[in-house]
Design a protein around this ligand. Structure first.
Ligand code: HEM
Length: 204
């Protein structure tokens, strides 16, 4: 039997799926209609990086919304958003490997060692791999909820390092990366607050 409200959440999940897919569709349309800039590789790197970070940050918004609105079904959306973040981060990574470094492994190692923002990007991406790998329900069941939760705490480090990656690479106007940093710190602050109130209740 379908649980009450399940259909509504499944419908919203489809909307979120379409929302997350739209940047890719837009990029494909721009490519096919010849509307990319003079540097299409840069367009791809920037768009995939920006959407990887944005969807990662929106993933972190889901749990506070669930707590505030007391709607556990909202957690349904977290997986979709998180997987899209990994999807855009993978496009971002592959663009760097294939279109910027031309599969030259030595050049890649040098780039990682030479440019700290690349080092941070790679670390953020590596941290996202276990999150994506343990996202299927069968794997979550196999490893158990506690281990799954511990692994998924990596998202806090991944998002902070991804924002630092953004901050480090921007040379002129730092407004946008600082807006990301502010939002991420608020979202992590909310978790610290919840953790403190859980362990140190007001009436004690
Ligand atoms: C896999 C390793 C990664 C590499 C090699 C990498 C590399 C790059 C490069 C070369 C740029 C463009 C720099 C420039 O314009 O001078 C960039 C931009 C960016 N990257 Fe990464 N990155 C990585 C991972 C990530 C991850 C995991 C995220 C987010 C989750 C991310 C988010 C961004 C953002 C937000 C930008 C700026 C986009 C904009 O200008 O609007 N990157 N990255």
């Amino acid at each position: 039997m379908v649980k009450p409200g399940f259909r509504t959440f499944s419908f919203y999940n489809k909307l979120i799926f379409l929302f997350c897919l739209s940047p890719l569709i837009y990029l494909i349309i721009r490519t096919l209609s010849g509307n990319l800039s003079a540097n299409p590789i840069e367009d791809l790197t920037h768009s995939s990086g920006w959407w990887a970070l944005t969807t990662l940050v929106i993933t972190l918004v889901v749990t506070p919304l669930k707590i505030i609105f007391k709607k556990p079904q909202i957690l349904f959306f977290r997986r979709t958003l998180g997987l899209f973040s990994f999807f855009y981060a993978s496009i971002h990574f592959v663009t760097w490997i294939a279109l910027e470094q031309f599969f030259d492994w030595e050049a890649m190692v040098l780039d990682v060692l030479d440019r700290p923002f690349i080092t941070l990007g790679v670390i953020a991406f590596v941290l996202m791999i276990p999150l994506a790998a343990t996202s299927p329900y069968q794997i979550r069941k196999k490893i158990g909820n506690n281990v799954w939760k511990k692994i998924h705490r990596l998202i806090y480090f991944a998002v902070l390092i991804a924002v630092l990656h953004f901050l480090w690479l921007v040379k002129k106007d730092l407004t946008e990366p600082f807006i990301f940093l502010f939002i991420v710190l608020m979202l992590l602050g909310f978790r610290v607050f919840m953790w403190c109130t859980k362990f140190f209740p007001k009436d004690q």
